[in-house]
Design a protein around this ligand. Structure first.
Ligand SMILES: Nc1ncnc2c1ncn2[C@@H]1O[C@H](COP(=O)(O)OP(=O)(O)OP(=O)(O)O)[C@@H](O)[C@H]1O
Length: 312
């Protein structure tokens, strides 16, 4: 049974549709990412999943339970870290964790959690005196204090410097290693590529792609770009007539070959047969960034075409 099930979720704020039609499911032990441009409906989606907002349509289940109707049972197993967690500035770190742990029947050991999160020395520090990164870590600690089976993390590393971001990623991996299923909203492709087993790309309230980060990039029509300096002069035609190659251009000594996913193997084989070495070889592969842009741009174009059709 999936741990989180979202079927045709729909949510409006007055006249504005924030989530038009979102469906996905998250399996036990997965880190599932939700990616999308600003205002796509990501936060609204996870707020509905966590029972903080009532959906206007669709079906939601967390561990088989309705997040609103079965709220008391759901919160016992669900940890939520939201984008703007605010605590009273005078509350000390240790006090906050002790207070939050009292809400749960089987809380985690908050002192151990502080150490794991590198906040041990800050136990006596007031919330208002913590740095942005420390506040973020505290909000993660609060999401994990109830020993949840499922954690929802919204914009986990926004505002963190690269080193703190990497530390947080390691922390999330260790949380998952303990068997916690994680739903993660993120703006960072590198974060999704590093952490997520699968990713749903949401755009204007709809899922426009759902796959592993690797498959999302592999499906892309973005081409491989291969650059090298040949050890001996070669004719453009040597590579240009390969079916995998689209174009061959030169800048000074350097040759740039653009082609499909199999271009590198074909170029390497042809050069080897000609007895030519490829010096300073570089291959630019499409990244999840490229995939994200291609997917969301495609969604915008398709919507414009549909709307034009509807307006006729
Ligand atoms: N409380 C609210 N009242 C009215 N409209 C809202 C409210 N919260 C969000 N919206 C609107 O709903 C849409 C979806 O917002 P949401 O915050 O879910 O998107 P998001 O993908 O999380 O965006 P971001 O990446 O900027 O956080 C946006 O157009 C937003 O302006």
């Amino acid at each position: 049974m999936p741990v989180i099930e979202v079927e045709q979720l729909h949510k409006r704020y007055g006249e504005r549709t924030a989530v038009a039609d979102v469906s996905f499911s998250v399996e036990e032990g997965e880190i599932f990412g939700i990616l999308g441009p600003n205002g796509a409906g990501k936060t609204t989606t996870v707020e509905c999943v966590s029972g903080l907002r009532r959906a206007d349509g669709g079906r939601l289940r967390v561990l088989g339970l309705d997040p609103i109707e079965d709220r008391a049972r759901v919160v016992a197993d669900l940890g939520v870290q939201l984008q703007h967690s605010a605590l009273p500035p005078n509350l000390r770190v240790g006090e906050a964790l002790r207070l939050f742990s009292s809400f749960y029947e089987h809380p985690a050991d908050w002192r151990e959690l502080l150490d794991v999160l590198g906040l041990g020395p800050q136990a006596g520090t007031r919330f208002g005196k913590l740095s942005g990164g420390q506040q973020q870590r505290l909000s993660i600690a609060l999401a994990l204090i109830g020993n949840p089976r499922v954690a929802i993390l919204d914009e986990l590393t926004t505002g963190l410097d690269p080193a703190a971001r990497r530390d947080t990623w390691e922390l999330i991996e260790s949380v998952r290693a303990r068997g916690v299923t994680i739903l993660l909203v993120t703006h960072f492709m590198a974060e999704a590529e590093r952490l997520c087993d699968r990713v749903a790309v949401i755009d204007t309230g709809r899922v426009v792609a759902l796959d592993t980060p690797g498959e999302l990039t592999a499906r892309l029509e973005v081409q491989q770009r291969i650059r090298f300096v040949p050890s001996a002069p070669i004719e453009d035609g040597l590579l240009a007539d390969l079916p995998e190659v689209e174009s061959v251009t030169r800048r000074g000594d350097e040759v740039l070959v653009v082609g499909g996913a199999d271009a590198l193997a074909a170029v390497a084989a042809r050069l080897a047969r000609a007895g030519v070495l490829a010096h300073r070889l570089r291959v630019e592969q499409p990244s999840l960034d490229d995939a994200f842009l291609a997917i969301t741009e495609r969604a915008v174009t398709e919507r414009a075409v549909t709307q034009r059709g509807e307006n006729r």
